[in-house]
Each structure stands twice: as structure tokens, then as C-alpha cells.
Design a protein around this ligand. Structure first.
Ligand code: MCA
Length: 510
């Protein structure tokens, strides 16, 4: 590779690795192919169009669209123009979007055509200047508007500390927080991972993750673009499609559910994986039994790594060396990881405590929440992840629990408080407690324990339906159990540990 060009933005750092414009970048599920030149030209057109609307560096572009080549060009265009990319899970309801739009105050919103009518009044109320559509097939008002723009674009110069993306995650209070990720965060993490995991232009990544979370967006795309590799660009994870594309791929990234679903397919075997060199897992704990069953079936030892939206990736099992099941491996180069006790003292190896991280990967703060930001960082600049961890003598990190009351279902974080607030507001409900129960497919699934208010009959299906009306489908409890009262400790706090024990044996899914 030639000398590094001066830093301009995340895109120009990616582009330093694009070896030749005619090289393949994407192959879609339908067999269409796109080159690096397509990425450059299409993102330039979109960037020119966004700038022509009068958008200024730092303005937010909110995007709730299905995965398509154009969704990738839009991400790149936003970065190139010095704007802030704000991706939104396609499962979010209008009510959830209303909050995000009011909080992020974007200059532009891009949505699927089918969502346009619902979103228009929300955009008007939140003062969003422009609403465009972008459909899965690339049609819609956005691409039409940009079609006449120049394919050349002078990239906006940004500083490493400038915000490139705003990604929301909920919190213990139930109110989602905007996590500000800078160009420097994303460049450092992607270049570290691309090197650490041995990416080269000969790789083809099987990309079946959604592109509105850090995993699919910055980790997966980042490794590819930081190495001039290519991708099999699948719209979602479907076992049949993945089996079809595996023999043409060399790396796959996924959440543990991807791996358990592959193992459940009879025709998943070593022959299918003949061109694969690496399987990577993250976003939720990978069970040791899945790791071992996968190795028995196809000969690959899944590489598990650990990260979060606020930090990108923090640790990884090694590419060469021991991949230790049940651990998330070693701190990444340039990332410091430590375990602290109650009073904040750094604990020695093998002692369990609060896991903290520091490095160029760590976000610059919560959007419009300086107090919350200050609360989550230590005086010496470490971010408190909220996870409980332990570091072995030889540096291998294990996550042993979560300090924050969070459920991870199929790689998606669900904050119980958010769901409890919705249930508690229903007529006939006195109170509720939302917990995660073990689930074969999703690792954990959402369950609600509900106390009725008085003798009126409460119907579990009606409760689920009421939540579904207001919140994304992945947050809807799979099971609702009615009970007379919730167990509490002396301070009056609900004993969720006892509830998890009590209901673990009950089948959460019908
Ligand atoms: C879909 N559903 C879910 C989930 N996904 N419910 C709970 N948890 C989920 N994760 C709902 C659907 O809305 C539908 O509801 C029902 O489940 C059946 O959907 P199904 O077809 O089985 O699911 P799917 O479409 O196949 O999706 C499952 C999935 C997907 C493939 C596991 O959720 C997925 O791609 N997850 C990856 C998420 C991800 O990228 N996480 C990274 C976050 P109904 O039937 O009621 O309509 S980034 C991160 O965590 C950090 C930074 C990190 O370290 O990576």
C-alpha cells in the first residue's frame, strides 16, 4: 500500500485501501455486482446532492431503510460530506421514531416509501427539513434527486474528533441515548480490526447483518473497506441464502443466533465452508457448546470478540493463537481494558469487577447529555462499560455478567425499563417486571411478569399486542406471566434474580 494520505475523514481513510476502481465490492443476493468505482461515484452524487440542500458539517441525516447497495452509498455520502449518519432500526414504530427525530433534530430523514405517510407529520413536528424515500430496490425520491449530480466530490475535511455517526441505545431509565462516534473512533477501530483479523483484498465477507447497528455497519463494512475486500451483500440472515453464498466467501461475521441456526441445518458442513478462513461472533455471548459443536461440524473455531456501541470493539480472540471458548480474548492493540472494584480500585488478575476501557475507539459522549457522559467516565478517562468482567493472568477477558439491567435477544439490546413503562401504563396493570429468559434461538428472550390491579381479568395476548403497537417487534415479550406480587428486597427493589430463577423453567415461547 502507498503512503497514507493526510486525514480527511473516515471515507478517505477507507479509500486509501481501494486498490483499483474496477475491483468488485458487492455481490447482491440477486447476483448483481458493484465495483469500488460504483461506490465512489454513487456516494459522490449523493454527497453533492446533500450539500446542495444547504446541509452543513455536523448536520444529522437520519436513515431508516432496508439494506441495499444504495443504503451503503448513502452512508458513505454522509461521511464524505462531513454530515452525521444516524441509522435507525427498521423495526422502530412511528412512536419510537418521533422520539429519535425530536432528539437528534436531523436536517434530513430518509425512509422506505412504505413509511413515508406515517413519518411526514413526525418530521414536520420535529422540524426536519427534508424527507426522502429510498426503497430496497434503490427506487425512491432520494436516488432520483441525486441522479443528475456530479460523480466527483471534494471530500469534506474533518478533524478526528468530529462526530461521524449518532447511534442510539436505550438506558436504565428507558430513555434512549444518542452515542456520538467520531471519525477518529471509527477509523482507529476499523483499521485495527482489519489488520488483526488478517483482511486483504482477496477476502470476501458474507454480510448478512443489518446495517443500522455497529456490528454490521462499522465492524463488518469497516474491515472490508479498510482492506479493499469484497462482500456478499445479503438483505438479512436466512439460512438457505447463507448456505448458498458460503462457498463463495472467506469470512463471516454474525451474532450467536447465526451460528446456532446454521448448526440446525443438516446441510451445513465442512464442504460448504471450503473457501472460508474465518467465522467471527459478537454482540451477545457465544455459548461454549455452540463453539464446540461448530468446530465438530465444520472444523472452524469461531473467533469471539467483545464490543459495544459506545466503544466499537474492545477485545478479540486471536486470529493466530488460542481461541478460548467462553472468553472474549485479549484487549485490542491500542485499547486498555481493566477491571475495577466497588471503590474504583483496579483489581488484580482473576478478580471479578466492573469492566472499563480506554482508547481511541471510545465514543466522545452522549448527545445532549453531558451529565450522563461525565457519570460514565472515570477521572482518568476510562469508560465504565456496565459489564462485569474478569481478566486472566495471561490477559484473556471473560464477561461474567451485566451491571446494567439489559437483555440481549438475538444480538439486539432490550432495556426492560422501556418495556415495563409501556406495560405499567395499561389499564388493569398494577406493575410489571421485564426479564430475559434463556432461549435456544435468540440466546435470551424477553418475558414480562405482570401484577394485575384488582380482580379484572388480564389477557397475556392483549398485553403483548399493546406493546407491539408502540415498540419494535423485538422488544415485545415472548411470554407474559401473571403473578400476585413481585419479590422485593429490603430496599423495595424488585428481585429480578429470583424472578429469573422462578420462571427459567417455564417455556417462554409457545
Ligand atoms: C427478529 N425478531 C426478534 C429478533 N429479530 N425478536 C427478538 N430478538 C431479535 N433479535 C422478531 C421478528 O420481529 C419477528 O417477530 C420474529 O422475531 C421472527 O423473526 P425471525 O424471522 O425469526 O427473525 P429474523 O428476522 O431471522 O431475525 C433474527 C436475527 C436478527 C437474524 C437474529 O435479529 C439479526 O440479524 N440480529 C442481529 C442484530 C445485530 O446486528 N446486532 C448488533 C448490535 P414477529 O413474529 O412477532 O413479527 S451492535 C452490538 O451489539 C455491539 C456493538 C457488538 O458488539 O456488536
Amino acid at each position: 500500500m502507498a503512503d497514507q494520505p493526510p486525514f480527511l475523514n473516515l471515507y478517505t481513510c477507507y479509500a486509501a485501501h481501494f486498490s483499483a476502481p474496477e475491483r468488485l465490492l458487492l455481490t447482491t443476493q440477486g447476483g448483481e455486482t458493484y465495483t469500488y468505482r460504483d461506490a465512489e461515484y454513487c456516494s459522490a452524487q449523493l454527497a453533492n446532492y446533500l450539500v446542495s440542500l444547504g446541509l452543513k458539517p455536523g448536520d444529522r441525516v437520519s436513515v431508516q431503510v432496508e439494506k441495499s447497495p444504495e443504503s451503503l452509498w448513502l452512508f458513505l455520502a454522509t461521511i464524505r460530506a462531513g454530515l452525521v449518519f444516524h441509522p435507525l432500526n427498521t423495526a422502530y414504530t412511528d412512536e419510537e421514531l418521533d422520539y429519535f427525530l425530536r432528539d437528534a433534530e436531523p436536517a434530513v430523514m430518509v425512509c422506505d416509501g412504505a413509511r413515508r405517510d406515517g413519518l411526514q407529520p413526525l418530521c414536520a413536528a420535529a422540524g426536519v427539513g427534508e424527507l426522502f424515500t429510498l426503497n430496497t430496490d434503490g427506487s425512491g425520491s432520494l436516488m432520483s434527486a441525486a441522479a443528475g449530480c456530479s460523480v466527483e466530490f471534494v471530500d469534506a475535511p474533518t478533524a478526528t474528533g468530529d462526530v461521524a455517526a449518532l447511534v442510539y441505545s436505550s438506558g436504565t431509565t428507558g430513555r434512549p441515548k444518542g452515542i456520538m462516534l467520531t471519525h477518529g473512533n471509527l477509523v482507529s477501530n476499523a483499521s485495527t480490526l482489519a489488520q488483526l483479523w488478517g483482511f486483504s483484498e482477496h477476502d470476501c465477507l458474507l454480510h448478512a447483518l443489518p446495517v443500522y447497528h455497529v456490528h454490521g455497519l462499522f465492524v463488518a463494512i469497516g474491515c472490508v473497506l479498510m482492506s479493499g475486500a469484497s462482500m456478499r451483500w445479503l438483505s438479512a440472515f436466512r439460512v438457505d441464502t447463507v448456505l448458498e453464498h458460503l462457498p463463495h466467501s472467506s469470512v463471516m461475521m454474525g451474532v450467536p443466533t447465526f451460528y446456532t441456526r446454521l448448526l440446525a441445518a443438516d446441510d451445513f458442513n465442512a464442504q460448504r465452508c471450503r473457501s472460508m478462513r474465518l467465522f467471527i461472533s459478537g454482540s451477545a455471548p457465544l455459548l461454549a457448546e455452540t463453539f464446540l459443536a461448530f468446530e465438530r461440524r465444520c472444523g472452524h473455531r469461531i473467533l469471539e470478540r467483545y464490543g459495544m456501541t459506545e466503544t466499537g470493539m474492545n477485545t478479540s480472540n486471536p486470529l493466530v493463537g488460542e481461541r478460548r471458548p467462553g472468553t472474549v480474548g485479549l484487549a485490542l492493540p491500542g485499547v486498555e481494558v481493566r477491571v475495577c472494584g466497588e471503590g474504583g480500585a483496579v483489581l488484580p488478575a482473576n478478580e471479578v469487577g466492573d469492566l472499563q476501557v480506554r482508547g481511541a475507539n471510545v465514543f466522545c459522549g452522549y448527545w445532549k447529555m453531558p451529565d450522563k457522559t461525565a457519570e460514565d467516565f472515570t477521572a482518568d478517562g476510562f469508560f465504565n462499560t456496565g459489564d462485569k468482567g474478569v481478566i486472566a493472568q495471561d490477559g484473556y477477558v471473560s464477561i461474567v455478567g451485566r451491571g446494567k439491567d439489559m437483555i440481549i435477544s438475538g444480538g439486539l439490546n432490550v432495556y426492560p425499563r422501556e418495556v415495563e413503562l409501556l406495560i405499567d401504563a395499561l389499564p388493569g396493570v398494577l406493575e410489571s417486571a421485564v426479564i430475559g429468559l434463556p432461549d435456544e434461538d435468540f440466546g435470551e428472550c424477553v418475558a414480562a411478569i405482570v401484577v394485575p390491579d384488582g380482580p379484572a381479568e388480564l389477557n397475556a395476548d392483549a398485553i403483548r399486542e399493546a406493546v407491539r403497537q408502540r415498540a419494535a417487534a423485538f422488544k415485545v415479550p415472548r411470554a407474559v406471566f401473571l403473578t400476585e406480587e413481585l419479590p422485593r428486597n429490603a430496599m423495595g427493589k424488585v428481585r429480578k434474580d429470583l424472578l429469573r430463577e422462578q420462571f427459567a423453567a417455564r417455556k417462554a415461547r409457545d
